[in-house]
Ligand binder design. Structure first.
Ligand code: GLN
Length: 516
């Protein structure tokens, strides 16, 4: 019997088209897999069994009638819990939104439904997308399928882990500073941050409006392209949405898959590598560059001197925007409401204080304090204003570098997956995970992370990042698909085939004997 959960979304779509399976069968296979392994992985905060199967039945009816709604009609998907889903809980990994059921869909979710993709459920994440490990989720961490004692990356660790553990062929993530790409790197999956404005943010609970982008989380580059073409494109509901047609992304991925890189100029960013990067991660990175050269690419070293200030600028701009965005959680209109103890006749302000104290976790509070400080009068120019200037310099560095190269490359994350608990109490150590991914968000350019191989003695994966100029997302697909094809030949199959199978033993907590 075919194990449909191991297939890529493109293969599932072909099987549906050929009448070899049904969406109900595929969706049930994913739901069964979730039931079998998610007790250990904990990728999902909410599974919508009935809703997914109902959508699958409708999809099958369309296929039978010969009127599929899209190439991926019937292929199930998981959605990060920061995206509004009408009728399904949307918590953003926070207590303050526990039990909130949005009355509307995010535009990307509307597009998934219109394209016929059954929604399996909502995936775990660091609270309000702040973090690199999912440990800041109020509902407990997600575990990396490669080693259940390690982090799956963050903030979108749930989406990445769901895809890496074959619970879902596809997922949506959001990337504000790396939350799609870094989880991709440490779980051996593919993740794409589109050009800013390329995918609608309507219905995405904002972390930092000027940085956030929704994007695909998949097992192959082609699958990301297929999904990107469904969710992308202009949306009048998002004032920052770009009113231009998407580039042909699927075509670019298919072209890249032939592995010919002749005429492609690849810029290795001097500042994204070296100190702070694990030796094995750098070794896999260099190997990948050499393979691209062997495939015909030309390599140049480029320097982006302002990138060394990217992290500092990001941790002023992001908290500034986040502190303002999170002001809406005031216990008055929706979400959690906590009445303060020991206060008779509490004022609205008392209730807000008690609610925000109980409803937000430490990392969220830390960033609200940072953000309000950076924006306060007297400090605005010194912090927020300076950070915006650095942001401009980073964009200029990109512009200059893209005159020398068609794409820029670096390791995606500086290390392989670290152990749960290792960095959770050290905010700066946590922030450093996004060293290489943040510049793209500050400049609004697109990026992909593609698995580059196993990078340490524990056999954990690393990622290769490819960045392109704004509105040239097709380039990241072309080069990403080429590298993927070349590495697959070298390895004799996809990297995820080397992940240890989650056995019934893993699914039992060794200390208690309970099912995890
Ligand atoms: N890890 C980064 C942060 O904590 C990125 C988060 C994201 O992309 N949502 O801000």
């Amino acid at each position: 019997m075919t194990d449909w959960t191991r297939k890529t979304a493109a293969e599932l779509a072909d099987a549906l088209t050929a009448g070899e399976t049904t969406s109900v069968e595929l969706t049930q296979a994913s739901l069964d897999r979730i039931a079998a392994v998610d007790g250990a992985v904990r990728a999902f905060l909410h599974v919508d069994t009935e809703g997914a199967l109902a959508q699958a039945r409708q999809s099958d009816a369309r296929r039978t009638a010969g009127t599929p709604a899209s190439p991926l009609d019937g292929v199930p998907i998981a959605v990060k819990d920061v995206l509004a889903t009408s009728g399904l809980p949307t918590t953003c990994g926070s207590r303050i939104l526990e039990g909130w059921i949005p009355p509307y869909d995010a535009t990307v979710v509307t597009r998934l439904r219109a394209a016929g993709l059954p929604i399996l459920g909502k995936t775990n994440m660091d609270e309000f997308a702040m973090g690199s490990s999912t440990e800041h989720s109020a509902y407990g961490a997600t575990h990396n399928p490669w080693d259940l004692d390690r982090i799956p990356g963050g903030s979108g660790g749930g989406s990445a882990a769901a895809v890496a553990s074959f619970q879902a062929p596809l997922a949506l993530g959001t990337d504000t500073g790396g939350s799609i790409r870094q989880p991709g790197a440490v779980t051996g999956t593919v993740g794409v941050k589109p050009t800013y404005g390329g995918v609608s943010r309507y219905g995405l609970v904002a972390l930092a409006n000027s940085l956030d982008q929704v994007g695909p989380v998949t097992r192959t580059v082609l699958d990301s392209a297929l999904l990107h073409e469904i969710i992308g494109g202009h949306d009048p509901m998002d004032s920052t949405s770009i009113d231009q047609p998407l580039q042909p992304l699927v075509a670019a991925a298919r072209q890249g898959a032939n592995g010919d890189m002749t005429g492609v100029r690849i810029g290795v960013v001097k500042e994204l590598g070296g100190d702070g990067y694990q030796a094995g991660v750098l070794a896999r990175f260099r190997e990948s560059v050499e393979l691209l050269v062997a495939a015909g690419a030309e390599v140049v070293e480029v320097s982006c001197p302002s990138f060394v200030h990217a992290l500092a600028a990001y941790y002023l701009i992001l908290p500034a925007e986040a502190s303002s965005n999170l002001a809406k959680f005031d216990a008055m209109r929706y979400g959690l409401r906590v009445l303060p103890e020991h206060i008779d006749n509490p004022s609205a302000e008392d209730v807000m204080r008690a609610t925000r104290d109980a409803g937000f976790g430490d990392e969220v509070k830390r960033r609200i304090i940072l953000g309000t400080y950076a924006l306060s009068s007297g400090y605005y120019d010194a912090y927020y204003g300076q950070a915006q200037k650095v942001r401009t310099l980073i964009s200029r560095d990109f512009e200059a570098a893209f005159t020398q190269a068609d794409v820029l490359v670096s390791p995606t994350a500086p290390t392989t997956a670290f152990r749960l608990g290792e960095k959770v109490d050290d905010p700066v150590a946590m922030y450093l995970n996004d060293l290489a991914t943040i510049p793209a968000n500050l400049a609004g350019v697109p990026g992909i992370s593609v698995p580059s191989g196993l990078a340490d003695e524990d056999g954990l994966p690393a990622g290769f990042q490819i960045l392109a100029p704004a509105l040239a997302d097709d380039r990241v697909y072309r080069v990403g698909a080429a590298l993927e094809a070349i590495l697959r030949d070298k390895w004799g199959g996809p990297l995820l085939d080397r992940a240890p199978e989650l056995t019934p033993v893993d699914l039992v907590d060794a200390s208690t004997g309970d099912t995890r």
